[in-house]
Write a protein that binds this ligand. Structure first.
Ligand code: HEM
Length: 532
């Protein structure tokens, strides 16, 4: 895709900004190490296993015939059903919902959680698409349970869109992680003396993806409670794995690579099983060069400040490299003076999932100690791009999205006269957000938009986009120019308390056009700049 695209930019960041500088924390941050469990001390439980099981149970209500159900976060309303025994769903959703925004809802975060867990903990690469739509009511029941017979399981997977061989595979892929808990399945897993609860694992490596689930089954060394459980009625993995004479499981026991690649395909199908009217995005690939939070600030002294950061994917640190940003003015023309350095330092490195075998390098726009470039207000900007010289004689490389450039509007932006008033105790702030609107725009409305995090009485989490309108500003501190007019609004910290993440964007409606800025965190941007 081409930058900027607010939804795809956010999804791309959730998928790829996982470790190191500018990492998001919510996903891979909770899987480090893979045995990490945020909700108690039951031996052998993990976030990894809970997130994968949550995605399967949410998807498992899908009906290929009528297109209902699928990965749509309806699991939020289905947790009192016997087929959803255990507290793993509640825990997973509580954590993953911290990441929701108007661009990615609970269902996308559930899918991202599973994808990240699988990849971070030794599993196959799972291509990711976004755009799932959160259900507001429960779906029809239909998650398979261990006491049900083989015919019932074959029928349930067929309803979900999977053949018998795919059923064997998907169960093995999922049960490469985690185990069965006594508290949720007391008839399947007995409680040893001296502990409150226990989880008996499906294989000897419950926190990492590998083919031990198949190897130990085929070689008769398994301790999987759904295979060697004392109560044969609940030995569903035994019936499922043996249902084709062990052919599929034997092939996985013999080849870790076959198991991994087959699981990659089926996990992706599992995550992309959605209600029929949902249109998923393209597969989110990392942008090789990705600007982030590129913001213009109206300085009121004839200049605009351009700040932001740029991520170079699969790029190692190099002392011989020089990199610069170049821009075109509002009229589309460039000039030898329309350029500045990009700068980086040793802290600005990141890496991909699973440790990654390559580096990701971030750069500041402008000198490292400034992190901005200065533009002429009268000239403005329409787009920018990057010129990289590796210093190895190969010449200058231009990164401009195949000639399109990185388009940036200069019609509306934050004004530098914005400031905050911190309460005497320092516990709350009120911000004055001043907004510069280009004088040749006739706005019908100037406002900010921010996501508010809500919890419905039924237990579901969702976001709403709230707005606060600005008014034309007056007074000497609001330095309008012939090129820009100033609008202003008040924003209280308490408004943003429920906002996750605490970011806003400025928007202008003009005619049938809506023009918006990138989102920014107002209070951290103002950073104690007190109103006079
Ligand atoms: C006939 C189909 C299936 C049955 C009967 C079944 C049954 C079970 C049971 C009884 C548990 C224990 C849950 C607990 O103690 O909280 C479990 C755990 C788990 N299941 Fe399945 N499962 C099936 C299919 C799948 C599939 C297709 C996946 C994913 C692709 C999956 C992923 C998991 C994971 C990751 C766990 C571990 C959870 C943890 O350790 O907290 N299961 N399953």
């Amino acid at each position: 895709y081409t930058w900027p695209d607010p939804q795809l930019d956010e999804l791309e960041s959730l998928v790829y900004d996982q470790h190191g500088f500018n990492s998001r924390g919510i996903l891979a941050g909770a899987l480090d190490p893979c045995s990490r469990f945020n909700f108690g001390s039951t031996v052998n439980r993990s976030n990894v296993a809970d997130w994968i099981r949550t995605a399967y149970h949410d998807m498992a209500t899908h009906n290929v015939e009528d297109g209902t159900g699928g990965l749509d976060a309806s699991i939020q309303f289905e947790q009192d059903r016997a087929e959803n025994a255990g507290d793993g769903f509640f825990n997973s959703i509580r954590h993953l919902s911290l990441g929701i925004t108007r661009y990615a809802g609970v269902a996308d975060l559930i899918a991202l959680g599973a994808k990240t867990a699988i990849e971070q903990c030794g599993g196959p690469k799972v291509p990711f698409r976004g755009g799932r739509v959160d259900a507001t009511v429960p779906n029809n029941p239909g998650v398979p349970e261990p006491q049900q017979g083989l015919d019932s399981h074959i029928a349930a997977f067929a309803r979900q869109g999977f053949t018998q061989t795919e059923m064997i595979t998907l169960v093995a892929c999922g049960h490469s992680f985690g185990g069965v808990q006594h508290s949720a399945f007391p008839d399947t897993v007995p409680l040893p003396d001296g502990v409150d609860d226990v989880s008996q694992t499906f294989d000897s490596t419950p926190f990492n993806f590998d083919n031990a689930i198949a190897f130990e089954y085929v070689h008769g060394t398994t301790n999987n409670p759904l295979i060697v459980g004392h109560n044969d009625t609940t030995n569903s993995d035994k019936r499922i794995f043996g249902s084709d004479g062990n052919a599929t499981m034997a092939s996985f026991a013999a080849s870790p690579d076959l198991f991994k690649s087959t699981c990659g395909t089926l996990f992706a199908r599992m995550l992309d099983t959605v209600p029929k009217d949902v249109q998923l995005t393209e597969v989110i690939e990392p942008l090789p060069v990705k600007p982030q939070t590129m913001l213009l600030t109206y300085m009121g002294d004839g200049t605009l400040k351009l700040s932001g950061q740029v991520r170079f994917w699969d790029t190692a640190e190099s002392t011989s490299r020089s990199a610069k940003i170049v821009w075109a003015d509002r009229a589309g023309k460039t000039d030898t003076s329309y350029t500045d350095v990009l700068s980086t330092n040793a802290d600005m490195v990141a890496s991909a999932l699973n440790g990654g075998n390559f580096s990701v390098l971030w750069y500041n726009v402008g000198p490292i100690d400034k992190n901005f470039s200065v533009l002429e207000e009268t000239a403005g900007i329409s787009k920018f791009w990057f010129e990289i010289d590796e210093g190895d004689g190969s010449g200058v490389r231009t990164e401009d999205q195949n000639g399109v450039g990185f388009v940036l509007q200069d019609s509306v932006m934050l004004a530098d006269s914005s400031c905050e008033i911190t309460s005497s105790s320092g516990s709350s702030s009120n911000a004055t957000i001043d907004i510069a609107v280009r004088a040749d725009i006739q706005p019908s409305r100037v406002y900010i938009e921010y996501d508010l995090f809500n919890t419905a009485p039924s237990g579901g989490s969702y976001t709403t986009v709230n707005t606060t309108d600005a008014q034309p500003a007056s007074g000497p501190s609001k330095r309008a120019s012939s090129a820009y007019n100033i609008w202003t609004l008040q924003l209280s910290d308490s408004i943003l308390t429920l906002s996750l993440p605490r970011t806003i964007n400025i928007a202008v409606d003009a005619g049938d056009r809506k023009i918006t800025t990138a989102s920014f965190a107002p209070f951290s941007l103002l950073a104690g700049k007190q109103c006079k």
